[in-house]
Design a protein around this ligand. Structure first.
Ligand code: AMP
Length: 539
């Protein structure tokens, strides 16, 4: 064998802020503060504060390998934690603020967080469990008024620590295989499981995100990250944007449609990223209160399936280019993107929307296959459904402190996504369902996702979730849970609408109206809760 003769240069995250302070020191990061004012500073400022944070962490006794939690909205402080904690050799553990107190306590104890940075606006969510946490030595508050009463043991103020810290700090992350981040999966089944990223995997993922074939932000972009920093590393955007020097807009706690619409208009946002629920809300807001969102070149959407009807509505009504992406916490998270390719240029509008509604092609760096129940690989013919399995340099090899099991990882080194998909001959993937959400009626599969997409594209429907309910004759039957747009709907009209696309046996046995579909901590429809409601006679 002849080895290459290239430098063994570590892939570590300090590289990103070092690059940014030289290349784009004057580009800015803007945060909408809790009181609605803007905070703005430069990448040069970010760099100085990240270095100060390194010293502040060392002063708190944080050692390389320690886990440090963050409990925060998207803001500049959270961005500092994204760089400063790994830069100090520790692991930034982004805590999902929407989890239940029990889940939060479980995760913090499981991760053994030593310090937790807490957004002052979120105190009431963490105070009730703070005294019971087993390993936390300090809580560090920011966005908090000093006069505010705080019920946290050993609470400190972030700005006090920063004021006392020097900005002369030597990075403590020389080894690219060191852990840098920890994120627990949202847990729509069972207890949350931790995914532990390394500097190397996150740097390669960042390069992956920066590809034009993926999300591809550039220096010229103004990027609004609506996807929370506590969800799947904010889809890698903070690292990708900082490396190229994009302007970053952080919405803080202002996630309602109206303030988001204002931000897009006033900041001339070019790339905005969020889950379908957010963009569904924004669409209806814009219909009522039109605003200029023509600056958007990519409305990135992922986390759950973007209904084709909503892609069409955005493009038809607002001329906004929707980019549908798929990923998982276990994949850092980028997996696939549905951007049009050359062969799609001749398609008419309808044909293009069909393509954009797919989850898309796997980005370079991600390897995929579909597998049947018997473990055999299935063809990429756009029709055969099977479980999607992936592998690659930014895909998890096991969960944190859990033995590598066959339920999630195959013997030959692939990660089992649990998504049921088809892939066509050009590598475009379509998710038909989560394996546990498919409805099996009389031995035939019904895709709950397809039905939800069709229901939500009906003008009377705001939200729709389809779950399987037990049935004596058929095994399972679909039940549709709806939030009508104006309060009223006609089941007959909905059935007729569905019958235009699906066989008769797909029609829901019943429609049930609720005020709101329950959501998981990351804004996905929580079918586990719906199934519980059903089991307890609440639907
Ligand atoms: P999480 O790790 O919380 O991001 O959840 C990952 C799961 O979300 C995937 O396995 C999919 O089931 C689902 N998901 C993510 N993006 C999409 C998408 N674009 N379309 C459909 N499902 C998605």
């Amino acid at each position: 064998m002849l080895n290459g003769l290239m430098m063994d240069y570590p892939l570590t995250l300090d590289t990103i802020v070092e690059h940014a302070r030289r290349m784009t020191p004057r580009k800015t990061i803007k945060t909408k503060l809790p009181d609605g004012d803007w905070h703005e500073y430069s990448y040069a400022d970010l760099y100085r504060r990240v270095k100060k944070l390194g010293n502040a962490l060392a002063a708190l006794g944080v050692e390389p390998g320690d886990r440090v939690g963050t409990f925060a909205w998207n803001n500049y402080q959270h961005l500092e934690f994204y760089f400063g904690i790994p830069g100090a050799g520790a692991v930034v553990h982004t805590l999902n603020i929407r989890l239940s107190p029990e889940q939060l306590k479980f995760i913090i104890d499981h991760a053994e967080d030593k310090v937790i940075f807490v957004d002052g606006t979120l105190l009431p969510l963490i105070e009730p469990i703070a005294a019971q946490l087993q390993t936390v030595e300090h809580f560090v508050l920011f966005n908090a008024d000093k006069s505010q009463e705080v019920n946290l043991p050993n609470a400190l103020h972030y700005e006090d620590l920063m004021a006392a810290a020097s900005d002369d700090f030597e990075w403590r992350c020389a080894d690219e295989n060191m852990a840098m981040g920890l994120c627990y999966t949202s847990g729509t089944t069972g207890m949350p499981k931790g995914v532990l990223y390394s500097h190397r995997s996150m740097m390669l993922h960042t390069l992956g995100v920066l590809q034009a074939a993926a999300l591809g932000p550039t220096e010229a972009d103004v990027v609004l990250a609506v996807v929370p920093q506590f969800h799947a590393m904010c889809w890698g955007l903070p690292y990708a944007c900082a490396w190229v020097g994009s302007t970053i807009i952080m919405p803080g706690p202002h996630l309602k449609p109206a303030p988001l619409a204002e931000m897009i208009e006033s900041e001339r946002v070019s790339i905005a990223a969020g889950v379908p629920t957010i963009w569904n809300g924004l669409y209806h807001e814009l219909r009522q209160n039109p605003r200029d969102i023509s600056s958007i070149t990519e409305l990135v959407v992922g986390g759950s399936a973007m209904p084709r009807g909503l892609i069409e509505a955005y493009e038809r009504d607002f001329h906004v280019n929707v980019v549908h992406a798929w990923g998982m916490t276990e994949m850092s998270p980028i997996g696939s993107v549905s951007k049009l390719q050359t062969r799609h240029h001749d398609l008419d509008q309808e044909g293009r929307w069909d393509i954009k509604a797919k989850q898309g092609y796997f980005v370079p760096g991600v390897d995929a296959r579909i597998v049947g129940d018997d473990g055999a690989e299935l063809p990429w013919d756009g029709e055969t459904m099977g479980e999607l399995q992936v592998r690659g340099p930014w895909v998890a090899a096991q969960y944190y402190k859990i033995e590598r099991d066959r339920e999630h990882f195959t013997a030959d080194g692939w990660f089992r996504t649990g998504d049921v998909v088809t892939i066509d001959g050009d590598g475009f993937m379509t998710i038909t369902d989560r394996s546990k959400d498919l409805v099996k009626s009389g031995g035939e599969w019904i895709s709950s996702v397809d039905m939800e997409n069709m229901l939500i594209s009906h003008p009377d429907v705001l939200e729709a979730a389809v779950i399987a309910i037990p049935d004596e004759t058929w095994g399972e039957r679909p039940l549709a849970v709806l939030v009508p747009l104006e309060g009223a709907y006609d089941p007959g009209a909905l059935n007729a609408w569905l019958l235009e696309h699906f066989p008769k046996f797909w029609l829901p046995d019943r429609y049930v109206v609720v005020d709101e579909i329950p959501k998981t901590g990351v804004g996905k429809m929580d079918k586990k809760v719906l199934r519980q409601w059903y089991a307890h006679g609440k639907l």
